[in-house]
Design a protein around this ligand. Structure first.
Ligand SMILES: [Zn+2]
Length: 174
């Protein structure tokens, strides 16, 4: 791909057209990269339906984030309720709450992990040689969450053969 495509202010980044036009690497500047849009458009029926209905990828992802956040909030509320109201609630209510939390968790797993860590930030940390675990320690995520985000972003992992703690010297400017 021509580097001009990346820096161009008029190129339709974050669209199917952008991908077809040749923006197919991890360097896409759009919030939802052309490649991600293409991948999801091809493999995700709901995503494709929303695109075809006129939503932008950014709008779809924003809605998914909101949904995931709401699910997480409900989950958190449920956990809190479990602590304070255990004695007051019926068994049915407990079961329903448990199921709701499980549904929320499942829904959250369907959300692209990209939402968790901005792709450019993740790419920058990987460029510095940090492993998933180190990035997780730095950002407050589990190694698995980072790996998921990285896989979604299709970024290569840094080998974690050396299990020292993350270096505390490199101050992130981002
Ligand atoms: Zn692009």
């Amino acid at each position: 791909m021509n580097a001009d495509v990346i820096t161009s202010t008029t190129y339709p980044h974050g669209t199917i057209e952008g991908f077809q036009g040749g923006c197919n690497t991890a360097h896409c500047p759009a919030e939802v990269s052309c490649r991600t849009v293409h991948t999801r458009y091809v493999g995700d029926w709901a995503f494709r339906r929303q695109i075809n209905a006129g939503m932008t990828p950014a709008q779809i992802v924003a809605a998914e984030r909101k949904q995931a956040q709401e699910a997480a909030d409900a989950d958190l509320r449920a956990k809190k309720a479990k602590g304070s109201q255990r004695s007051a609630e019926t068994r049915d209510a407990a079961r329903e709450r448990h199921n709701a939390a499980r549904r929320a968790k499942r829904a959250a797993n369907l959300i692209p992990q990209k939402a968790l860590i901005p792709r450019d930030k993740l790419a920058a940390l990987l460029d510095r040689g940090l492993t998933d675990r180190q990035i997780g320690e730095r950002l407050g995520f589990t190694r698995r969450q980072v790996a998921g985000a990285r896989n979604t972003a299709k970024l290569p992992r840094n080998p974690d053969s050396n299990r020292r703690p993350a270096p505390a010297t490199t101050g992130a400017s981002s």
